[in-house]
Structure formats: structure tokens, C-alpha cells
Design a protein around this ligand. Structure first.
Ligand code: UDP
Ligand code: MN
Length: 339
């Protein structure tokens, strides 16, 4: 038998343990309650977040729908604009070009201008017995609608290094090849403009010529050893010519100063530039063949008060160090690099 003392101790211990459990039980319960509250709060926060994000998504979805509608409207406007642009009268640009160190630079500059002109067809005619690789490659990458032609100017009509530039006309057979190409096209609508490869063109000049009825005219800057040459306007009509060189020519204009309705070429199929037209008379001679009168001329560029095209001339680049390079260093520029 266990001594009574042990039984008391055992009973006291048990009672004490119960009391201890009883006291702590409340505490445990309180702790658990806090955790549950915490969880409940978290759930509440998540629910609030869920609701607000659901609203955000709803707002974004509505915005997306609105943007889709806007996009469709813009696409419609764009295709409408493309249709409008392609219904504009087409400009046929005739550009003679010849091999020289600055050729690719000049063609590059001109093509970048033309990229900004809607509904244009570029007819590039090389003064060469065959189409050169340089121009072929250049045109293939120019991102414009184009036709590539070639015809060589006979040697006796070519300018010599020492000749003044006015001695012989340049680009005559090439422009005629362009006219001939146009004559063979079925189109009867459009505007023809003779654009040399070294001039500078304001984009506005193309819009001025766009609706040419017969022949539209405007001033040309930096030509004829003057700031500009220009038709003289009286009461809205061309009455004469502001030019130093022979102002009494019938149409005393530079090539860059007029555009012709394509119809006139179709109606006058024999009209071409004549090598023998005489100094400064190429333009006048052509317009005469086209049956144009002074009264037909349509002054553009705000009544011929604005210069929108310049008869700039690219400076000839000297390559005199090429030979010196070779002599001094034994090598010079790599000919496989196209310039
Ligand atoms: N041109 C040509 N063959 C030549 C010289 C010139 O086809 O032997 C072209 C030239 O590239 C330009 C146009 O004819 O597009 C007029 O020539 P240039 O600019 O030399 O004449 P200018 O500025 O003196 O009027
Ligand atoms: Mn020129």
C-alpha cells in the first residue's frame, strides 16, 4: 500500500494540474480567437481587393472596347484617305540622269522628296547606251512607282569638260524617251513634269501642278543668274516673263517652271524636245508644239509670288587625291564600294 502522504500529493498535483489547465484554457481560447479574427480580416481584405480589381478590369474592358471602335474608325479613315489619294490625278515625273560621281547622291535626295508625294510615277531615263547597275539597284530600292529607261546622247551633242553648260542642251533625248513611254500608255489622265535630278523641290510644287488643266506655271529660284525667274502676272494671267535672257521668247521659262496636262501630249503625239531648238528655247519650242497659248497658262504658287523649286546645281566633286593616294600609299578607294 502507498503511504497516504503520496496519495495526498498525487491528488493535490492532479487538482493543481486541472486548475492550471482551467486557467490557461481561457488564454488558449482567446489566442485562437485572435487568429481567426486575423484570418477573417485577411479574407475581408482579399475580398475588397478582388472587388476593386474586378471593377478595374471592368473599366479597362470598357476602355478596350472604346479603343477597338476608335481603331476601326481610324482604319476606315486611312483606307478612305488612300482611296482619295489614288483618285488624285497622277503626276508623271520625267527625270534624265547621267553617270557622274554625284549621281547616286542626287538621285537619293530626289527620291526622298518624291516619297512624300502621293500618286506619282517616276520615269528615270539614263543618258547611257545601257541601264547601269547603280541606277538599276537604286531604283529597285527606292520605294517609288517607277519606270527605268535609257538612251545615250550622241557624242557630238555631249558637253565637253571645258564647255559652258548653256552651249548644248542636256537631257533632251532622255526627256523624249520619257514622253514616248507616256504616249504608249493607255492613260489619258495625269500631269507631266520634267524634273532634273539635281534641282530642289518643295513638296507644295507637286500639289500646285496636280490639277493642271493645260499648262501650269510658277517661278524657279536660282536660275538664269538671278534670284529667280518668273512669269509676270497681270490680272491673274501671264503677261510676260521676268528673265534676263531673251524675255521676248514665247515661253521664257526653265524646265522646272511648268507642268503639262498629259492629255496635251496625247492630242499632239509628235511634240518632242528638239536638240536644235536653240539656246534657252527647248521649253518654248515644246509648248508651241503642244499648241499652248499665253492665255492657256495657269499661274500657280500664289500668283507666281512663291519660289517652290530651285534650279540648284550639285558642285562637281574633285577626286584629285585618288591618283595621289595610289602613288604615295600604293592603294586608293575600294572600287567595289558604291558611292
Ligand atoms: N543630263 C543628262 N546627260 C548629260 C548631262 C545632263 O542626261 O550629259 C541630265 C541631268 O542629269 C539632269 C538634266 O539632264 O537631270 C539637266 O542637266 P544639268 O542638271 O547638268 O543641267 P543644268 O543644271 O545646267 O540645267
Ligand atoms: Mn541641273
Amino acid at each position: 500500500m502507498l503511504p497516504r502522504k503520496f496519495i495526498y500529493i498525487y491528488l493535490c498535483g492532479t487538482v493543481a494540474a486541472f486548475v492550471w489547465i482551467f486557467i490557461n484554457f481561457a488564454t488558449w481560447c482567446t489566442d485562437n480567437g485572435d487568429e481567426i479574427d486575423l484570418e477573417k480580416k485577411k479574407v475581408q481584405i482579399f475580398q475588397q481587393k478582388y472587388e476593386s480589381q474586378k471593377n478595374d478590369i471592368e473599366v479597362l474592358r470598357r476602355q478596350l472596347d472604346e479603343l477597338k471602335v476608335e481603331l476601326r474608325r481610324a482604319e476606315t479613315r486611312l483606307s478612305q484617305r488612300d482611296n482619295d489619294l489614288s483618285s488624285l490625278p497622277k503626276i508623271y515625273l520625267i527625270t534624265p540622269t547621267h553617270t557622274r560621281p554625284e549621281q547616286k547622291a542626287d538621285l537619293t535626295r530626289l527620291s526622298y522628296t518624291l516619297r512624300h508625294v502621293p500618286n506619282i510615277h517616276w520615269i528615270v531615263i539614263e543618258d547611257s547606251p545601257s541601264k547601269t547597275v547603280l541606277v538599276k539597284k537604286f531604283l529597285a530600292g527606292c520605294k517609288l512607282s517607277y519606270t527605268h529607261l535609257n538612251v545615250a546622247t550622241p557624242e557630238n551633242y555631249k558637253l565637253k569638260e571645258s564647255d559652258p553648260n548653256w552651249l548644248k542642251p542636256r537631257g533632251v533625248l532622255q526627256r523624249n524617251a520619257g514622253i514616248d513611254w507616256i504616249q504608249k500608255q493607255p492613260q489619258t489622265k495625269g500631269v507631266v513634269y520634267f524634273a532634273d535630278d539635281d534641282n530642289t523641290y518643295d513638296l507644295q510644287v507637286f500639289e500646285e501642278m496636280r490639277f493642271t488643266v493645260k499648262v501650269s506655271v510658277w517661278p524657279v529660284g536660282l536660275v538664269g543668274y538671278l534670284w529667280y525667274e518668273s512669269p509676270v502676272i497681270k490680272n491673274g494671267k501671264v503677261s510676260g516673263w521676268y528673265t534676263y535672257w531673251k524675255p521676248n521668247r514665247k515661253f521664257a521659262m526653265d524646265m522646272a517652271g511648268f507642268a503639262v496636262n498629259l492629255r496635251l501630249f496625247k492630242e499632239n503625239p509628235s511634240a518632242v524636245f528638239h536638240m536644235k531648238a536653240g539656246r534657252g528655247n527647248l521649253e518654248s519650242d515644246l509648248l508651241t508644239q503642244l499648241g499652248v497659248t499665253m492665255d492657256d497658262l495657269e499661274p500657280k504658287a500664289s500668283g507666281c509670288t512663291k519660289v517652290l523649286v530651285w534650279h540648284t546645281r550639285t558642285e562637281k566633286s574633285s577626286l584629285k587625291n585618288e591618283d595621289k593616294m595610289l602613288k604615295l600609299y600604293g592603294y586608293n578607294s575600294d572600287k567595289t564600294i558604291e558611292v
